[in-house]
Design a protein around this ligand. Structure first.
Ligand code: HSE
Length: 299
């Protein structure tokens, strides 16, 4: 009698789209199970696949998201949730976002779909606020809607789903060190020099055009971040070498996935994406750092 929902990992920022662009992978991801309960309020009865997460619904993102939805609708019964984590937290692959998105979708199903999937984005963002201190949507929106999603504006929230206009394969390499998004945000400079801003919005606009025109060359020329990546690179062991190895192996582009430590690279074919994976693994081979790697078509 549970509603069972899977929500996928996501790559946020995609180099030039800090806080405004992300895309969904098809794995890994998290599952949330939801059912009605006689116990009033929101309860979390099981967490599997990870240890150390809070069962307190005020502290766990799935509880926070469910409570926001329940409060908005004045739900007259209790909601019991279970969480099955398919990825570690602090990976840069939108782990808290996948849990938040799955919770929002599951609770909405349980309540008979009062909200559209797009309307669920604001609720899932509340999970991000608790997890990282900032309610960004660049992971939760693609986790809920799939494909590439652009956040044109936060106030008012204006979400632009782009789907996947062109065949792309993503290599994700997660060096197993935990990096909290809150830390990776706290170190960023608050001002952007004009020349860098101009290059960044040129690249972001060109990336959008490249996706929609299915122009791999333009996509490749656009996958740069001269603002945030240089400030964050030191947080990720061997990042520069790994990125260079990906580009040398023929990736269209590569960068930090979300706030890191995962590294992502996009390729035009699956074979290329595998070669990119091998090249990055080679960089870490003698480092003693363990890796989780994923190669998936951007679904
Ligand atoms: N855009 C956010 C950041 C995403 O880079 O801080 C975090 O996954």
């Amino acid at each position: 009698d549970y509603i069972k929902v899977f929500a996928p990992a996501t790559v946020a920022n995609v180099c030039c789209g800090f806080d405004v662009l992300g895309f969904a992978l098809d794995q890994p991801g998290d599952e949330v199970w939801a059912r009605k309960s006689d116990t009033p309020g929101v309860t979390i009865s099981a967490i599997e696949g990870i240890s150390g997460l809070s069962f307190n619904p005020e502290e766990n993102v799935i509880g926070v998201v469910a409570q926001k939805i329940a409060t908005a609708l004045d739900v007259p019964f209790g909601i019991e949730l279970q969480l099955r984590k398919g990825m570690p937290v602090g990976s840069g692959l939108g782990s808290s976002a996948a849990s938040s998105a799955a919770a929002a979708y599951a609770v909405n199903e349980l309540l008979g779909k009062p909200f559209t999937t797009e309307e669920l984005v604001v609720f899932a963002m509340e999970g991000e606020r608790v997890a990282s201190g900032s309610a960004h949507a660049d992971n939760v929106a693609p986790s809920l809607l799939g494909g590439f999603v652009l956040v044109r504006s936060y106030d008012p929230l204006d979400i632009v789903p782009l789907g996947v206009p062109v065949e792309l394969y993503c290599t994700c390499v997660h060096p197993l060190v935990e990096l909290k998004t809150s830390l990776a945000r706290s170190i960023l400079k608050k001002e952007v020099p004009m020349q860098k801003a101009i290059r960044q919005w040129g690249n972001l606009a060109a990336l959008m055009a490249g996706l929609l025109k299915r122009d791999y060359n333009l996509i490749s020329r656009s996958l740069h971040d001269e603002i945030f990546e240089p400030e964050r690179a030191f947080l990720i062991p061997l990042f520069k070498q790994a990125k260079q190895a990906a580009l040398d192996a023929g990736a269209l582009g590569a960068g930090i996935s979300g706030s890191g430590p995962s590294i992502f690279a996009l390729s035009a074919t699956e074979e290329r994406a595998q070669q990119v994976k091998n090249a990055i693994e080679q960089v870490y081979a003698s480092s003693g750092i363990e890796l989780n790697t994923y190669v998936t078509q951007v679904p």
